[in-house]
Ligand binder design. Structure first.
Ligand code: SAM
Ligand code: SF4
Length: 326
């Protein structure tokens, strides 16, 4: 079996595929003014997506996360999931969502073949949730999470972007939530992007702030599994769920990198914070381009850098996470 390998011996079985930049929320750290349509963009079509997926499968990819923007905003989201889900080589088919319509659509999406889901919920307090996202939907999103569990998503994760003075006092509320709910709450350290420097300086909080409180409360850091993602996981025997910390500014964050990204217009991004997007779309126009496409992707791995150098303020060409695919 082919496998994508870079110069640092990292392998890439995992693809994050953005299918749109559009989003209906206006999260303060991502799209504070909502999605702005500056000019008409055409996002990858279904046939282009499948050519990409077919090539990546032949290069050893077995996990795909569909993301955006808000991926579920696309009218053909379920169809896209179904097409990818039909590929038996893709054993993990995940998506990341703000939870909009999850309550109504969880069963449909599970039936389409999606088996893992990350839902963003930055506050357990309805007013704060509204302030952060621009939407008064905390309760609805929580009901969506219940529904996702009920219809059999195997892997349910909750994403929380840690914000100083905004939600960094809410650990106990999340702990209460995971007491009886078998989900993994993952605190993500706020990342600097091209658009959010002032915001970043004001609200960045280190993941250690949460880590110290977890340890004080008797939570234990799990031994990292080989091939595990970037989260450091904590568990406690009295709780059904777990807490993860994603600290992109920590030393060695990039050593375990196992993912590549495709933007919604078909550029390959070797790193979320990379300086180049490698256009692949022109190689997605007919099935007989597959070998060229595979060769182009493999070749690019030679240029994948060892680290994102985010700690030096390098944000690459990424303006916000909705444009690159979070
Ligand atoms: N719209 C979906 C959502 O919000 O879950 C998927 C796309 S969103 C860009 C993916 C994840 O990136 C979300 O969990 C979001 O909170 C996170 N995110 C966005 N901007 C971020 C930033 N500057 N730093 C850290 N996480 C960020
Ligand atoms: Fe939309 Fe997700 Fe960005 Fe929030 S984080 S504005 S939901 S893309």
């Amino acid at each position: 079996m082919n496998m994508l390998v870079d110069n640092y011996n990292r392998t890439f079985p995992y693809l994050r595929l953005s299918i749109t930049e559009v989003c209906n929320f206006s999260c303060s750290y991502c799209l504070p003014n909502g999605y702005q349509k500056d000019h008409e963009k055409s996002f990858l079509r279904q046939d282009e997506i499948m050519r990409l997926v077919n090539a990546f499968v032949e290069l050893g990819v077995w996990k795909i996360r569909i993301t955006g923007g808000e991926p579920t905003i696309r009218k053909d989201f379920t169809e896209i999931a179904k097409m990818i889900g039909e590929k038996s080589e893709i054993t993990k088919l995940a998506f990341t969502t703000n939870g909009y319509k999850l309550r109504e659509k969880a069963a449909e999406w599970r039936d389409a073949g999606l088996n893992a889901i990350n839902i963003s919920i930055d506050s357990m307090n309805a007013k704060k949730f509204h302030d952060i996202t621009g939407h008064d939907r905390m309760q609805e999103v929580r009901e969506g999470i219940e529904k996702a569990l009920e219809v059999g998503f195997e892997d349910v994760k909750i994403n929380v972007v840690l914000l100083k003075g905004v939600n960094d006092d809410e650990l106990d509320a999340y702990l209460e939530y995971v007491k009886d709910t078998p989900v993994s709450v993952r605190y993500i350290e706020l990342m600097q992007t091209g658009d959010n420097l002032t915001y970043f300086n004001k609200y960045h909080q280190s993941a250690d702030y949460v880590k110290d409180q977890l340890i004080d409360r008797g939570w234990v850091e799990n031994i990292r599994q080989i091939g595990a993602g970037p989260a450091v996981n904590f568990t406690h025997p009295d709780y059904k769920g777990s807490i993860g910390l994603i600290a992109p500014y920590s030393k060695d964050f990039c050593t375990g990198c196992n993912r590549l990204r495709i933007t919604s217009t078909g550029d390959l991004r070797l790193c979320l914070f990379g300086n180049v997007g490698i256009p692949l779309r022109h190689m997605l126009q007919s099935d007989d381009q597959k070998d060229d496409l595979k060769a182009a992707i493999s070749k690019q791995l030679d240029y994948k850098a060892s680290s994102h150098f985010l700690q030096d303020g390098n944000t690459g060409i990424m303006t916000n996470l909705s444009s690159t695919g979070g």
